[in-house]
Ligand binder design. Structure first.
Ligand code: IPE
Ligand code: IPE
Ligand code: MG
Length: 250
């Protein structure tokens, strides 16, 4: 049978795990002479469409950076609004995620969040714990350096308690103490909003992730731009240190 003239999108490799820095809400609002809050509200809608499209395209894990360790440095009013929007989004979306077989979890420094918010986060995690279609992780009050530091503290505690021999500390043991433990590494990283930086996102986990940047501001991120990222990913050769010849031989 002759090969089809055009490859079906489904035949191209799809990233299993996509990690996203959702940046550009403030500038989106500024361009429209709106308060930054309007940009954050618009950004929350994009979160929903991105989750839906991820499921449709066969992505099985999605990690979204919602609020960084450094975002605490923003004006108190903006921080308060972001926390409020986060709470509202949780209340609004959890039933839908539950109905669509999406497992929701959070990573980040919960000690810095309001107890009422932490309770709602835990309840959402419990409610969706058995779901398998999409493993959705939202990073809130998260920083890659924070994660590595809390992992180091846990490892030192284990060494002090005699349950870990420091000589046997290896990459697997360290990875097992990160808040991302047990998840596959992201295959594709997407950052909207034009900046070409990691901004303290998943420092350990992004070691071999394919990076993709777009100037599109987060509220404007839609299916066609997501599709461009997936298309770019599908054309990349991931060598993980090996040579291209080695990969062809295997
Ligand atoms: C991303 O948009 C949302 C958060 C960081 C919480 P920004 O608020 O950073 O938007 P810009 O970068 O100022 O446009
Ligand atoms: C990164 O965006 C954090 C999130 C999107 C949550 P920022 O807007 O905070 O990043 P910088 O400060 O420009 O690097
Ligand atoms: Mg920004």
């Amino acid at each position: 049978m002759p090969a089809p003239a055009t490859e079906q999108p489904s035949a191209r490799p799809v990233p299993r795990h996509v990690a996203v820095i959702m940046d550009g809400n403030g500038r989106w609002a500024q361009q429209r002479s709106l308060p930054r809050a309007a940009g954050h509200r618009a950004g929350a809608r994009t979160v929903r469409s991105t989750i839906e499209y991820s499921v449709r395209r066969g992505v099985t894990a999605l990690t979204l950076f919602a609020f960084s360790s450094e975002n605490w440095l923003r004006p108190a009013e903006e921080v308060g609004l972001l926390m409020q929007l986060f709470l509202e989004a949780l209340d609004r979306e959890v039933a839908e995620l539950d109905a669509n077989d999406v497992r929701l979890r959070f990573i980040g420094d919960r000690a810095r969040l309001a107890p009422a918010l932490v309770d709602r986060m835990s309840a959402a995690e419990e409610r969706t714990a058995d779901h398998r279609r999409l493993d959705l992780v939202v990073a809130v009050a998260y920083g890659g350096r924070w994660d590595l530091t809390q992992a180091a503290k846990r490892l030192m505690g284990m060494a002090q308690a005699g349950t870990l021999d420091p000589q046997l500390l290896d990459e697997t043991a360290l990875a097992g103490c990160l808040t991302t433990a047990g998840r596959e590494q992201p295959d594709l990283f997407i950052r909207t909003g034009g900046e070409r930086r990691i901004s303290n996102f998943l420092l350990w986990d992004l070691a071999y992730t394919e990076l993709w940047f777009t100037d599109t501001l987060w509220p404007d991120f839609d299916e066609s731009i997501y599709e461009s990222a997936l298309e770019d990913f599908a054309g990349r050769q991931r060598r993980f240190g090996r040579t291209a010849a080695q990969l062809q031989a295997s």
